[in-house]
Ligand binder design. Structure first.
Ligand code: PLP
Length: 428
């Protein structure tokens, strides 16, 4: 199979530009490369034969950054920790949704985040980040990065975020050591928003001659309903385990951005060994074909669920982007940044942990499980599960209360979901 970038990048019919959902079935691959097979085969191989020793020498020189790629040259296949056809085609297709130049796929969302941090942060640097973030990311930031000499400073997602981020840079005297701004928006589990354009502006103002990377974890809304690169972010990060994979049957991650920045992530990925592998890559190619269908259906279902919960007497508060109205201080950011409200709904049940647990233990259709973005609906208790590592004293500050339940809405019939939620709430 010979893939040459310039041969397969056709994205239009005449002057008509094709949309990402139309390109998900074929972009980056041609049946004539593989015996006419409509689907790209799984290249379940660890290594690739070189045509000559000279070719092997050139491929390695490019992969290790010893020589510069020619204008019409693409890196040849070497070894599946560096590249593999299923992963390269997947990377090409992922770039289409976010309008990115390049992408890398990784063994997990955490591998994507960790590889990004290790690509751009160095001892002495400061990482400014929004909070809350997914519990695993929180652990990496607060426990692992400081071991490598990286100082981490948090600011809250939500309406207080703008001032707090500016104050942190001004009052803590860290502006000249700032290496990266990392955002998770909407935040897991509260759905609070962070203004990406404002953070990009902060990065630009505090650059001191050094490029400060703005990286956005877009797992909750992307790649359909939010495009951080259009708002000034430099990198978009995904747990592809979630909506991109979409069937709760694989673990993967991705990073997207400019060719230059992704080149650095790819280089780090090679030596940390955090790439994904062919079988997962193939599954993700299949998943991408139905991404829009799934995310649209999940988004519609979530509105039914959120409306039902908002009217329920045993529910105190619903955190759902589709309920952000003009009186909400996040309204302007939501309108500017998000295309649709997505399928994540969190709510506070009247009571506390005991009531939340009674509700979770009573569900019959919705599974009690962490993770999100799959075709089946899932429910979990952030305070004791995904965000269990966040100290109990810090949780309320982030909006993680004992009464908070997080739902990821799937593609079931919405009335069946509501029947299940209704009977479980009755048990409380
Ligand atoms: C927002 C977010 N980012 C990153 C991750 C980590 O992804 P993974 O489990 O694929 O490593 C998760 C996992 O739940 C998540 O919710």
């Amino acid at each position: 199979m010979a893939r040459k970038k310039l041969e397969y990048t056709r994205r239009e019919i005449g002057k008509h530009r094709l949309r990402p959902e139309s390109l998900m079935m074929g972009y980056g691959y041609r049946p004539e490369w593989s015996e006419g097979s409509i689907k790209c085969p799984i290249f379940q191989t660890s290594t690739f034969a070189f045509k000559s020793a000279e070719e092997g020498k050139r491929f390695f020189a490019l992969a290790y950054g010893l020589e510069v790629k020619g204008p019409r040259e693409s890196l040849g296949l070497i070894y599946s920790r560096l590249n593999n056809p299923d992963l390269e085609i997947l990377e090409d297709r992922l770039t289409l949704w976010d309008g990115a130049e390049d992408a890398t796929v990784h063994a997990s969302g955490m591998a994507a985040i960790a590889t990004t941090f290790f690509s751009f942060l160095r001892p002495g640097d400061v990482l400014l980040h929004s909070e809350p973030v997914y519990g695993g990311t929180e652990f990496l930031i607060t426990h692992v990065l400081p071991e490598f000499g990286i100082e981490v400073i948090a600011f809250p997602a939500g309406p207080r975020g703008r001032d707090a981020a500016e104050r942190a840079l001004r009052d803590k005297g860290i502006a000249d050591r700032l290496g990266m701004i990392f955002l998770e928006t909407p935040a897991n589990p509260t759905n609070d928003l962070v203004d990406i354009a404002h953070c990009a502006e902060l990065a630009r103002k505090n650059s001191n001659g050094r490029k400060i990377i703005v990286a956005v974890d877009n797992t909750f809304l992307g790649p359909l309903f939010q495009h951080p690169l259009q708002h000034g972010a430099d990198l978009v990060i995904y747990s592809a385990t979630k909506f991109i994979g979409g069937h709760s049957d694989l673990i993967a991650g991705a990073v997207l951005g400019s060719e230059e920045l992704i080149g650095k992530v790819r280089w780090t990925r090679t030596f940390l060994g955090t790439a994904s592998e062919p079988w997962t890559g193939w599954l993700l190619l299949r998943s991408l074909e139905t991404l829009k269908l799934r995310m649209t259906s999940q988004m519609k279902n979530a509105r039914y669920v959120a409306d039902f919960l908002a009217d329920h007497p045993k529910v105190d508060k619903v955190h759902y982007l589709g309920h952000i109205n003009e009186e909400n201080p996040q309204h302007e950011v939501y309108r500017r940044q998000c295309i649709a409200p997505g399928a994540m709904v969190a709510f506070e049940i009247r009571g506390g942990e005991a009531e939340a647990f009674r509700f979770l233990n009573s569900l019959q259709l919705i599974h009690l499980a962490v993770s999100l973005g799959g075709t089946e609906s899932l429910a979990e208790h952030p305070a004791t599960m995904t965000h269990a590592d966040v100290p109990v004293d810090d949780q309320p500050r982030m909006g993680i209360t004992p009464a908070l339940v997080r739902l990821s809405i799937g593609v079931e019939h919405p009335e069946d979901l509501i029947a299940d939620l209704s009977q479980a709430l009755e048990k409380v």
